[in-house]
Each structure stands twice: as structure tokens, then as C-alpha cells.
Design a protein. Structure first.
Lengths: 312, 275
């Protein structure tokens, strides 16, 4: 319980810190948000009007008061109004999040389909041709910029073969395939190595030798004994990927014009839509930490050793 | 000379990759002389030409020679990456040594800050910082430095803490060696190999992140011949001029691959204990 409390406090500090940093950034950034709102609204801009708008937006107050107001709003679930869309920030984020969620889910499924068999294959046939082949592909994947891979997939499957749409402005199942595949290939390069290492580690354990001595078939050893033990270390990695997918895939969302939260964020940054940027950064921080937290919990649940330590 | 040959014989792979890295560095340094044409000079008569004998990799929307732009892009990308990695190492060493050796309140504040950066997906923050400050070469480096230093600071700090209580440091302290000398002559040489390995292995990743930021428009600005930016410009012509998006990406891929191989083999040479 005490550990949980510490953890929560640490998370709170990080949240406050990150949001404060973003707030500072938008404060010192060049450009006047009031000016931008007015210019977006097609009004004739006068000095008087700018002053009035600044007062309405609370921009004439001292920096710390602005931050306090923002945090105050936050506690009521109010993240402010997006400058560019004239909609509440929460609404914009929720819209983008649907796309990102679907993309993240499909990507994880692809990652597992690609990396589990390849990683196991490479470990079981260690230092034989399958192992070399898988490791070579994984190296190629690590060194390839994923937005370039995305462009190539887009060119081949979207343009030349016409199998998938080249841009999806709405969420469709067909549109999610290519961006998810791009992300999955990139992520799989890491997973394959991890799966390989974990399975190799397990294959060299004493209990495997014991099982062999008892005459169990290699297949039974692999499926019944090795793989269940290999799952645990992968969960941390999976958690980190989910956190990363829910926040950091702006580049791929832009390549495929996928309507996700990263896309929203890049547009917000281009238009200097500060409330939306602040909301986005905070949102990502929350999601990321929440998922890390879940990973820790699942770890404690899945590993009997830790579970015992927790209750005793 | 004999010794050098011995080294090369012992570390064949490393020597081979080092030669490739030197080749890339030479291309970067002599880029203006190697490029067949002026990378900045457009020619409206030659817009979006397919690859040919005159323009080996075709031309872009302003009629500029793609090959020349890629060659000169080596200079930009490499310069940015090397600056970034050196800064990361420098900041990491400074913060890590200060907090690891002196401890106390400074350590607490610095390490809380580092934890904060590590508990957060870096790319998102880098995009936000670079975007808000405005896209430019310097801002890109600053943004990636701001999100990347924590990892190095943590590493250096843990290494320093391990060393701080070892006998030779205590002996130096008892002898009355000045703190500055302890740090520079005893601590630094002992932690430098690990930090250099980490930095070298990060070169490829950093290069890709720089290209990614430029691709989004938050890095180098036109008309700079930067690979990520070229990909961004080429993306609009994916249908009519695919060579504009294929070759700059290929350049990133090749250079990143070489630096990754080099970083891995450098680790094997400097730190034979691992694997």
C-alpha cells in the first residue's frame, strides 16, 4: 500500500512538472495567441480589439495566475477551448483518440503475429539459417526510418497495387491496415530480438534439461514449459509499446493522413493552438503513466514470487 | 605500424565498419566538391525529371538535382547528429558527475527532473518543443537534447556512485588531491568508455529522430538539403515522382545502418565483457 502511495505521488509530480514545462514553453514561444485567434476569425485587427481579446482569454494576467487558472479548469474537466477549432480541447482529443486507439490495437495484434513465431523460430534454430535470416531482417528493420517504410508501403500497396486507400480522413478498417503494418514492422524488430533472448534463456534452464531427460518431446517442452515462462518479460515491453502507440506515432499518422491524436497534435503545433497542445501533452503523460502502472500491477499478478511478497 | 595492423587483424569487423564511417564523414566534408550540380540551384526547365544520365536520381519540383541534394544532405544530417550526440554526452557527464559525486539536494532535484523526462514518451515532447520554438536546425537539436539528456545523466550517475567509494578514490581523497583532479583524472577516464559506447550506439537513432522532426516540418527548413525534409517534399509527388521519396530515405537507411553496425562493434571492442 505504501508503495502504491509513493507511486501515485511520483506520478502526480511528473504530471505537474510536465504540464508546467509545456505551459512555460507556450508562454515564451514567439507569437501572440490573441492575434492568432483574431486572424483565424477574419476580423479586422485593431490594437483595442487585441487588448480586449487578450483580457477575455486571460492572457493579460501574470504567468503563474494563468497556470493556476488552467489547473483549476482541469480539475473541473475543462481543458480550455481550442483556438483553431473553436471547440473544447477535451472534445478534440476524444475525437482523435478513437483513431489512435484502433490503430494501436491493430498494431499490437500485427506485432504479436509477426514477432512471436519469428522470435521462437530463431531461438529454437539458434545459429542456423532461420536464426541468421530473422536477425538480419530485424537489423534491417531497426535501421529503417519508419516513415520511409510507410511511404514505400503506401507507394506499393496503395498506389501501384491499389489494395488500400492512400489517405483516410475517416476511420475505416481498410485504412488502418497500412499504418498499423508500418508501425508493427518497426516494433517487431525489437520484439523478435526480445522473444529470441527470452526463449533462449529459458531453453538453457535446468528444468528443460530435466524435461528432456524424462523423455518429453521438444515440442511439448517448448509449448508447455518454455513459452508460459517467456511471456512475463514480454509484458513490460508490450506495455511500453502501447504507451508509445497511444502517443508517439504522429509521424505515421501524418504519412497516412490517419485521423488520430498524433495528427491532431501536429496540426495544433503548426497552428500554435496552445490549449490543444497543452491538453495533448498532459493526456499523453496520463495515458503513458497509467499503462506503466497497469504493467507493474499485471507483473505482480502474473509472477507468483512477487505476489507472495506483496501479501506477506 | 605493426601494432595498428595487429589491431585491424584482431578486430576485422570493427575496422571495416570504421572505414565505412570514415567514408561517410569524408563524403560529408567534401560534399560540395562531390555533388555533380549545385544542390540549391533550381532550373524550371528541368522540373521533376525522371532519373537519367544527366540527373542520376532525377530532379525535384524546382528542377534541383536529387543526387546533389542527397550528397549535400549528408553534411547537414551528420553535422546535426554529431552536435546532438556530443551535447547529450556533455550534459549527461556534467549532470551525472555533479549529482553522483556531490549528492545532496542538487542530486535530488536533478534526478527528479530526469525521472520526469524518462516517465514520458520523449518523441512527443521533442515534437512539441521543436514545434513551439519554431522549426530550425538549432531548435531541433535543443528539443532532442531536452528529452534525451536524462538517460545519459542516469547512466553517468550510476557509474560515478559505483566508483565513488572505491579504494583508489578514497586514497586520492586522503592524499588531499583536489576535487577537480579527482573528477578529471580518476573518475572521468573510468566512466568515459561506457558513455562513449552509449553515445555511439545512439547515433543512428538520433539521426532518424532528427529526420523525423524535419519530415514533420519541425526541423531544418527549405531550401536546406536535409533528408527528412526532402522526404516531406517528395511525399507530395509520390504519384508522379516516386524517386523523390525513395532515394533520400535510402540514404538515411544506409547511413543509419552503418552507424548502428559501427556502434555495436565499438561496444564489442571497448567492452569485451558483454556477451
Amino acid at each position: 500500500m505504501k508503495r502504491l502511495g509513493n507511486r501515485a505521488l511520483q506520478m502526480l509530480i511528473t504530471l505537474v512538472g510536465v504540464s508546467f514545462l509545456t505551459f512555460c514553453l507556450t508562454y515564451i514561444a514567439p507569437g501572440d495567441p490573441a492575434m492568432m485567434v483574431l486572424e483565424a476569425g477574419d476580423t479586422i485587427v485593431s490594437e483595442e480589439l487585441i487588448q480586449k481579446t487578450r483580457a477575455e482569454m486571460g492572457l493579460d494576467k501574470p504567468f503563474l495566475v494563468q497556470y493556476a487558472n488552467w489547473v483549476g479548469g482541469l480539475l473541473h474537466g475543462d481543458m480550455g477551448i481550442s483556438y483553431s477549432a473553436k471547440k473544447p480541447v477535451t472534445e478534440k482529443l476524444a475525437e482523435g483518440f478513437q483513431g489512435t486507439l484502433l490503430l494501436a490495437f491493430v498494431t499490437i495484434v500485427f506485432v504479436l503475429i509477426i514477432s512471436l513465431p519469428l522470435g521462437i523460430w530463431s531461438a529454437v534454430r539458434q545459429n542456423e539459417w532461420p536464426d541468421y535470416l530473422v536477425r538480419f531482417c530485424s537489423f534491417i528493420g531497426v535501421s529503417m526510418p519508419n516513415f520511409w517504410l510507410g511511404l514505400i508501403l503506401l507507394y506499393v500497396f496503395g498506389l501501384k497495387l491499389g489494395l488500400f486507400p492512400i489517405a483516410s480522413s475517416t476511420i475505416t478498417l481498410k485504412g488502418v491496415v497500412l499504418p498499423a503494418l508500418t508501425l508493427a514492422i518497426y516494433q517487431s524488430t525489437k520484439y523478435v530480438r526480445q522473444v529470441r533472448t527470452v526463449v533462449l534463456d529459458e531453453l538453457h534452464q535446468d528444468y528443460v534439461i530435466g524435461a528432456r531427460a524424462r523423455g518429453l518431446s521438444e515440442r511439448a517442452i517448448l509449448w508447455k514449459h518454455v513459452l508460459p515462462n517467456a511471456v512475463l518479460p514480454l509484458i513490460t515491453l508490450l506495455g511500453m509499446s502501447i504507451g508509445w502507440l497511444l502517443g508517439g506515432v504522429a509521424v505515421i499518422e501524418i504519412v497516412f493522413s490517419w485521423p488520430g491524436i498524433g495528427n491532431t497534435a501536429v496540426r495544433a503545433i503548426m497552428m500554435r493552438d496552445y490549449p490543444l497542445i497543452e491538453g495533448f501533452v498532459l493526456w499523453i503523460a496520463v495515458v503513458y503513466m497509467f499503462i506503466n502502472f497497469l504493467v507493474d500491477l499485471s507483473y505482480a499478478y502474473l509472477d507468483p514470487k512477487l505476489r507472495k511478497g506483496e501479501s506477506g | 605500424m605493426e601494432k595498428k595492423l595487429d589491431f585491424i587483424r584482431q578486430h576485422r569487423l570493427f575496422s571495416c565498419y570504421t572505414a565505412l564511417v570514415i567514408l561517410i564523414l569524408l563524403i560529408a566534408v567534401f560534399a560540395p566538391y562531390l555533388a555533380p550540380q549545385d544542390p540549391m540551384e533550381g532550373n524550371m526547365k528541368n522540373v521533376l525529371q525522371t532519373p537519367s544520365a544527366e540527373h542520376l536520381l532525377g530532379t525535384d519540383k524546382l528542377g534541383r538535382d536529387t543526387l546533389s541534394r542527397i550528397i549535400c544532405g549528408t553534411q547537414v544530417s551528420l553535422f546535426m547528429t554529431i552536435c546532438l550526440v556530443l551535447l547529450l554526452v556533455a550534459v549527461g557527464l556534467l549532470v551525472g558527475i555533479v549529482s553522483g559525486y556531490f549528492g545532496g539536494r542538487i542530486e535530488m532535484v536533478l534526478m527528479r527532473l530526469a525521472d520526469m523526462m524518462l516517465a514520458f514518451p520523449g518523441v512527443v515532447l521533442a515534437i512539441a518543443i521543436a514545434g513551439i520554438l519554431g522549426g530550425s536546425v538549432i531548435n531541433t537539436i535543443l528539443a532532442l537534447l531536452a528529452v534525451g539528456w536524462a538517460k545519459y545523466a542516469r547512466l553517468v550517475r550510476s557509474l560515478v556512485i559505483k566508483l565513488r567509494h572505491s579504494d583508489f578514490i578514497l586514497a586520492a581523497q586522503v592524499n588531499g588531491t583536489r576535487t577537480r583532479d579527482i573528477l578529471l583524472r580518476h573518475i572521468l577516464p573510468n566512466i568515459l568508455p561506457m558513455v562513449i559506447i552509449t553515445g555511439a550506439m545512439d547515433i543512428g537513432t538520433m539521426m532518424m529522430e532528427i529526420a523525423g522532426l524535419s519530415f514533420l516540418g519541425f526541423g531544418a527548413q527549405p531550401p536546406t538539403p536535409e533528408w527528412g525534409l526532402m522526404l516531406n517534399e517528395g511525399r507530395q509527388y509520390i504519384q508522379t515522382a516516386p524517386w523523390l521519396m525513395i532515394y533520400p530515405g535510402l540514404a538515411i537507411f544506409i547511413v543509419v545502418a552503418i552507424f548502428n553496425l559501427w556502434g555495436d562493434s565499438l561496444r564489442d571492442v571497448l567492452d569485451p565483457r558483454q556477451e
